[in-house]
Design a protein around this ligand. Structure first.
Ligand SMILES: [Zn+2]
Ligand SMILES: [Zn+2]
Length: 158
């Protein structure tokens, strides 16, 4: 989902870089603090697209007790630790609830956060989502080929 279609609620959220707690590898440069819709006690970080060289999908897809989403675990490519999961196919209730359009989630216990900064006329400032470059031109994703999900999510967040 492109930044322009991001719900206003999310526009002023800080952009976070996430580091694998086990090895310090940067596993995300476009992170957002999130809560699990199905269980608001669970704190997570989400992203629209992770750096391609940093993480990979592992194992088979499965569903949790929370909902019908089909998910796959995501591991740090440097040390192999599980750092999160990718929603392969979201369930109806998740699609219909107001979400941020992110299908990559990171466990807060598996990653540590660093605020992403940007240079502006006023000096270095914390970057928020409305200032974040589109994934296609974000230099931190460099080699990433942006593969967008084949799912119609426009119904959310109007
Ligand atoms: Zn779901
Ligand atoms: Zn790691």
């Amino acid at each position: 989902m492109s930044r322009k279609t991001l719900h206003p609620t999310f526009q002023n959220k800080q952009v976070l870089c996430l580091e694998c707690r086990a090895c310090g590898n940067c596993v995300c440069t476009r992170g957002m603090r999130a809560i699990l819709l199905a269980n608001t006690q669970v704190e997570l970080y989400s992203t629209d697209i992770p750096p391609e060289e940093a993480v990979d999908l592992v194992g088979d897809h499965y569903a949790t007790n929370n909902c019908q989403c089909r998910i796959k675990d995501v591991a740090c490519l440097q040390c192999g630790s599980l750092v999160g999961y990718h929603v392969m196919s979201p369930c109806k209730s998740c699609l219909l609830s107001c979400n941020n359009g992110h299908f990559w989630m990171y466990h807060s216990h598996a990653v540590s956060t660093v605020n992403r900064a940007r240079n502006s006329r006023k000096g270095v400032q914390l970057m928020v989502w409305k200032h974040l470059p589109e994934a296609e031109v974000d230099p931190t994703l460099a080699a990433t080929s942006v593969s967008s999900l084949e799912i119609e999510t426009d119904e959310c967040c109007r």
